[in-house]
Design a binder for this molecule. Structure first.
Ligand code: FDA
Length: 323
């Protein structure tokens, strides 16, 4: 087994450790690497980065960082940040830079329900639903789309049921499915009807073998099966991957099904394969960049280190050169 495969579970476990968060957060060099993946702490920094992405011909989805909230005040605080963000995005849309026509909407926000209260011991499901409803209302007024992120498998049933409820009021609401989960092929079949909007990713959490494929080849095969279901369905597939094999399969399946460039999109994370994102825009493909901002970058950052040994090696070298 490669060193990266051995390290990955440890890094993903560390991503959920408050003690490791305190330790790593105190190391000054961490910030340089974090800045590669996170657009800043504030709404104003997120909007500056967003303007650059939109000007390059890409679409945007913005995530206010935070997860696993167990405090109601913090969940409400997250909602306030989204409302400020959306009022700024609305101003951006009306300033002429961004057409607010549908579909597809160039501007979107992404939400983690665990940041909106889903993990609260009392009424977590209800609080997250109400908070997400407030954000969806503001997004609709701003002419922006909303997509709900996927977190660890213990939240999947609750998340999909909240998404179903919200879609009754907000039919453009999208959600993420993770190809590493064994259930996802069936979820794709259920959720590929008219008007559905599914962002398909491989999956970034530490999951047991009972629910998730563990080997890269099994995850990739599952991704391809799920992608084919979505592309052959009647919804709007959002292909969230940096993997050239997944991207080229997406183009092939779309072409075989006769989908135009407006009928699916490619998505990548801020700071990852930037030149490839621009190359695909040059080929007239819709590319959306997922742009995270906010002070609670730790869990997101650790998942990015776990995905790519080169990022981890760079981080460790930076630490060593400081000592
Ligand atoms: P894979 O990991 O096989 O990487 C393929 C290639 O991409 C690598 O060889 C490398 O070149 C490049 N690459 C990948 N990761 C990199 C990194 N961190 N740094 C530098 N290069 C890298 N997950 C989840 O569980 N829930 C969610 O809601 C989301 N949401 C989401 C939205 C969007 C728009 C994207 C693109 C991804 C997510 N993810 C996610 C993360 C996803 O599950 C997955 O962990 C990463 O995208 C990495 O998987 P790839 O498909 O890119 O392939």
């Amino acid at each position: 087994m490669a060193a990266a495969d051995l390290l990955r579970p440890a890094l993903l476990a560390a991503a959920r450790s408050p003690r490791m968060e305190r330790t790593i957060g105190k190391v000054p060099v961490t910030r340089n690497l974090v800045d590669r993946f996170v657009a800043g702490d504030t709404e104003s920094q997120a909007i500056t980065a967003t303007t650059g992405i939109l000007d390059s011909g890409r679409y945007i989805t913005i995530d206010y960082l935070g997860e696993d909230t167990t405090d109601l005040t913090q969940a409400n605080n997250t909602v306030s940040h989204y409302l400020v963000l959306l009022s700024n995005l609305s101003a951006l849309a009306t300033s002429g830079g961004t057409p607010a026509t549908f579909p597809p909407s160039p501007v979107e926000v992404s939400l983690k329900l665990s940041a909106l209260g889903q993990s609260l011991a009392r009424d977590g499901h209800k609080v997250a639903l109400e908070n997400a409803h407030k954000i969806c209302t503001a997004a609709e007024e701003a002419g922006a789309w909303v997509t709900v992120d996927a977190e660890d498998h213990t939240t999947t049933d609750s998340t999909l049921s909240i998404v179903r409820e919200l879609r009754e009021d907000f039919p453009t609401l999208g959600t993420v499915l993770q190809a590493y989960l064994k259930r996802t092929e069936a979820d794709c079949k259920d959720m590929s009807g008219p008007g559905s909007r599914i962002r398909l990713c491989k999956g970034a959490y530490k999951e047991p073998a009972s629910v998730a494929h563990q080997e890269k080849t099994a995850v990739d095969d599952s991704y391809l099966r799920c992608l084919r279901i979505l592309m052959n369905g009647q919804g709007y597939p959002m292909v969230a991957s940096h993997d050239p094999a997944m991207i080229s399969a997406a183009m092939q399946y779309a072409e075989a099904k006769g989908r135009t460039a407006d009928e699916f999109e490619l998505q990548m994370l801020y700071g990852i394969r930037d030149s490839e994102q621009l190359r695909l825009v040059g080929e007239q493909k819709h590319v959306r960049t997922y742009l995270p901002y906010g002070e609670q970058w730790y869990g997101y950052f650790m998942r990015r280190l776990a995905e790519r040994p080169a990022n981890l090696a760079f981080f460790l070298r930076s630490l060593a050169s400081r000592n």
